[in-house]
Design a protein around this ligand. Structure first.
Ligand code: SLL
Length: 146
């Protein structure tokens, strides 16, 4: 029988978006907001030790809407006029580790009067955890030195 203790490594993360009203509706493209969507470590870990790249799949109205970010910060900055569901895929430094796929609703609009006035940035952020069950030796080593 195998009496080895199962290995589970947990990495706390934050993901979400910020948005700010431009103060006007741009004539050229109708854009009203600057925004960014991102994933980062919740503690001071260096995500890029064990994350190789992150894909942010934007709404199809964006040119080149599947954005691959291959180094930290894992973030896309853009502008736009509408909210949509972003698909985020995290790829790991060990190619045998299955990529993690999840969704984030990119929020632009708020009832907060300061956000409406454009004097305050909207932050729509979530805490989550990446849970690695029995990572390979390679990945375990990378996770432990992040
Ligand atoms: C929907 N919520 O589901 C809408 C779509 C699309 C957002 C919002 C501009 C893109 C660009 C932009 O803000 N798209 O001009 O490149 O139908």
């Amino acid at each position: 029988t195998n009496t080895r203790t199962p290995v589970v490594i947990i990495k706390p993360i934050l993901y979400g978006n910020t948005a700010k009203h431009l103060g006007t509706k741009r004539d050229s493209d109708g854009h009203t907001h600057r925004w960014s969507v991102y994933i980062r470590s919740f503690n001071n870990d260096d995500l890029s030790t064990y994350v190789s790249k992150v894909q942010f799949r934007l709404h199809e109205t964006y040119p080149n809407h599947a954005r691959m970010i291959t180094q930290a910060p894992f973030e896309v900055e853009e502008s736009g006029w509408g909210e949509f569901e972003t698909q985020i895929t995290i790829f790991f430094a060990d190619p045998n580790e299955k990529p993690v796929v999840f969704y984030h609703h990119l929020k632009l609009f708020s009832t907060d009067p300061d956000v409406v006035a454009g004097t305050k940035e909207l932050v729509n952020e979530h805490y989550d955890e990446l849970i690695f069950q029995e990572p390979s030796d390679l990945l375990a080593r990378l996770l432990n030195c992040a």
